[in-house]
Ligand binder design. Structure first.
Ligand code: IMP
Ligand code: MG
Length: 333
């Protein structure tokens, strides 16, 4: 049995959704539960020709045999949740902790109307920051008080801890990335909560002693959306010349693109307590690696990149993503 946390090591959008989907199919968890801030997250998962984007539902939904939870610490927007339940067809296996705070329309209005948040910080405008303020002020509504959510509410920590007692596998899915953690990130250009592995455990009511593995996902070419420092950022001309162009899942803003940042990777691995490193976008390092499923299929250029990255991170790289589709991955675990 094991409890595995999967988090982002850079500024978000590292491809956690794809890693979760792969790990779920391989490890066969009975529960996949989301931590993180709320619907500011956008996770993309591609299975075959179909591409899905989710903001509330765990990206592990593509694995059909797990129950899907939203952890206690996560902000819930009931409208987004309802739409996604229909869109991906998970009615009957999706549950929400009764203590989750609710994002109300006024939170979204505040997020968008506040020039400091919307312009200076460049928030996603999804109401997460203002909703977390209300939680701290102890005036936020909780999921259990919302009639629409009544049929979904459960005690998420209790269900997860009991599953671990029975010897089942559980995946705790993080959102955002290390660099936009409220505490460890590039403050004040950060999101409204910590995003590290400890927070993801806490969001789900799982104590630190029960975690077996922490998979930290790094992108070969990190990206950032919104404002704030980005030490290894390239110019648009440089990234476009490399053939890299990306847009945000939630806001559709063009993502800023940077080179590999070994110093940040090492610091992020340390604070996350990384036991397994995952690298995505290795096909951007050398397009000849696109779709590889065996280490031997990688080119010398890619292997050299991975050796250097592994030295930087200080933890073995055991998952190497070679394209967006779920099966385009090398798993050395
Ligand atoms: P907020 O989380 O909407 O308050 O936005 C604060 C900052 O975090 C902005 O720079 C956002 O672009 C960034 N951010 C929030 N969620 C994500 C995410 O899931 N991926 C990437 N950036 C994010
Ligand atoms: Mg994203």
């Amino acid at each position: 049995m094991s409890c595995t946390i999967i988090v982002g090591g850079f500024f978000g959008d590292e491809g956690k959704g794809k890693i979760v989907a792969h790990v779920a199919h391989k490890d066969k968890p009975t529960i996949i539960s989301r931590g993180g801030v709320g619907p500011n997250a956008g996770h993309t998962v591609q299975v075959g020709e179909k591409e899905y984007g989710v903001r509330m539902i765990p990206s592990g939904f593509v694995y059909p045999d797990a129950r899907l939870f939203i952890g206690t610490g996560v902000l819930v927007n009931p409208d987004v949740l309802r739409q996604e339940i229909e869109y991906v067809g998970v009615e009957g296996r999706i549950f929400v902790d009764g203590r989750c705070s609710i994002i109300e329309p006024k939170h979204i209005e505040q997020d968008k109307a506040d020039a400091y948040l919307s312009k200076k910080i460049g928030t996603t405008g999804t109401g997460c920051g203002p909703a977390n303020v209300d939680r701290v002020q102890r005036i936020a509504q909780q999921a259990k008080d919302n009639p629409e959510l009544a049929k979904y509410t459960i005690d998420v920590p209790l269900e997860i801890n009991q599953a671990l007692d029975r010897g089942e596998n559980v995946i705790l899915e993080g959102t955002q990335g290390f660099g936009i953690s409220l505490y460890f990130g590039t403050y004040p250009f950060v999101t409204s909560k910590d995003t590290s592995a400890s927070q993801i455990a806490a969001d789900n009511g799982v104590g630190p002693t029960r975690i077996d593995d922490v998979i930290v996902v790094f992108k070969a070419y990190p990206t950032r959306v919104g404002e704030g420092p980005f030490g290894t950022e390239m110019t648009r001309e440089e990234s476009h010349a490399l053939g890299i162009e990306e847009f945000g899942t939630v806001t559709h803003r063009e993502r800023r693109i940077g080179c590999w940042d070994g110093t940040m990777a090492r610091y992020s691995a340390m604070i996350n307590g990384c036991t397994i490193a995952a690298i995505t976008g290795i096909d951007n390092v050398d397009e000849a690696c696109y779709g590889a499923t065996e280490y031997e299929q990688l080119t010398e250029k890619a292997k050299e990149f991975l050796r250097k990255a592994e030295e930087d991170i200080g933890v073995p790289i055991k998952l190497i993503s070679t394209g967006p589709e779920m099966s385009q991955i090398i798993d050395l675990r």
